[in-house]
Design a protein around this ligand. Structure first.
Ligand code: FAD
Length: 341
């Protein structure tokens, strides 16, 4: 039986993790990842990469929790292996702090992260402007190392990488039997999905090796995340802004907000600005669509729209995309019933 030819469009964290999940879960496929940009040129390379989900209003919470748990388990295993350094995946402990008591008792992901608990009065003394906080241990994953790590594994399992911009998914027919669309914001043009839009985010990567705990304001707007090679300071959110240039005023504001929470950051050096466009969609799109032209069909699995929390859910949604692809492959391998004429 000939292998089923699979094209994965996009080489961010979704495209590469989906390609890897397919190579593990769906037998007898040949996989080609096609993208106009690879690491370090994607949004996924900009991300802070902390595992703290943001709820998507149009996706059921039980699904988001399942995807977060699967992602946490996958990265936890990497963090506990000899691969941790190369993949830049590490455990990190810290605090999420609030200026007023949050309305929800606990976030939906509280029993997935490790050791989730209320902060003590003694811990809260560090943050005199805040009245409530949660302490927990989660994971941080640096895209600039994790993406090449994923890419290497896809290649080791026989996958190919092709640098090419796709203008229309139908271009991939008949060279490929099935397509997985992991083009994130590119889906606006590729499939005309106007439900996805950019939320520009700016952050700073700095050297401050004494900072060991993460600190995150409950709104998620201000954060300090120590990582393997630097400390990430954030952030900003500008809906509908496609401009990839950093704004000096925003950088100043980020530094000042972070220094208010961790004054020792005034001594940080080697400050690098980064900007990325979060692919925001009220619901993550994980769905099969069959394109048809002139009596020919091309099944497509859509896998995009992760907004601010793609790293937090990527492995779980990639497993689901691989399951959808497996359904398409089974349908292709099942001979059509013969006509009774
Ligand atoms: C400042 C910032 C901080 C963030 N911090 C976190 C965090 O701490 N934790 C977290 O979980 N998430 C975070 N995120 C969100 C996370 O980065 C995204 O959810 C995630 O990277 C989306 O991955 P993706 O693969 O869908 O998209 P992308 O990384 O954008 O990849 C899309 C790919 O598709 C390709 N492509 C697009 N159109 C075409 C086309 N027509 N033809 C060929 N190729 C195409 C692109 O070149 C690219 O390779 C952050 C994002 C930003 C901007």
């Amino acid at each position: 039986m000939d292998p089923v030819r699979v094209a994965v469009v996009g080489a961010g964290v979704m495209g590469l993790s989906t390609a890897l999940c397919i190579s593990k879960l769906v037998p007898r496929c040949s996989i080609t990842v096609i993208s106009d940009k690879f690491s370090p040129g994607t949004t996924s390379d900009v991300a802070a990469g902390i595992l703290i989900p943001h709820a998507h209003p149009d996706t059921p919470i039980h699904k988001q929790k399942q995807w977060f748990r699967e992602t946490f388990d996958h990265l936890f295993a990497i963090a506990n292996s000899a691969e941790a350094g190369e993949a830049a995946v590490h455990l990190v402990s810290g605090w999420q702090i609030f200026q007023s008591i949050p309305t929800e008792d606990e976030p939906f992901w509280a029993d997935v992260v490790l050791g989730f608990r209320r902060m003590t009065e003694a811990e809260l003394k560090k943050f005199p402007q805040h009245v409530f906080g949660q302490a927990f241990t989660t994971l941080k994953c640096e895209g600039t190392a994790y993406l090449p790590w994923l890419e290497k594994r896809v290649k080791e399992s026989g996958g190919l990488m092709l640098t090419q911009r796709i203008e229309d998914l139908w271009e991939l027919h008949p060279s490929f039997d099935v397509v997985v669309n992991c083009a994130a914001l590119g889906s606006r043009q590729l499939v005309g999905d106007l439900k996805i839009f950019p939320v520009k985010g700016q952050l700073l990567n700095v050297q401050a090796p004494w900072v060991k705990h993460f600190i995150r304001d409950g709104s998620g707007l201000t954060y300090i995340y120590p990582g393997a090679s630097n400390v990430t300071l954030g952030g900003s959110r500008q809906e509908g802004d496609w401009n990839l240039s950093p704004d000096a005023e925003i950088s100043k504001d980020i530094l000042s907000r972070c220094c208010a929470l961790e004054p020792s950051l005034q001594g940080a050096w080697d400050i690098k600005e980064k900007v990325g466009l979060r692919p925001y969609r009220a619901g993550i799109r994980l769905q099969i669509e069959v394109l048809a032209r002139d009596g020919q069909r091309l099944p497509v699995v859509h896998h995009y729209g992760h907004g601010s929390g793609g790293f937090s859910l990527h492995w779980g949604t990639a497993l689901e995309a691989a399951r959808l692809l497996s359904e398409c492959v089974q349908a292709l391998r099942t001979p059509a019933p013969k006509s009774k004429m």
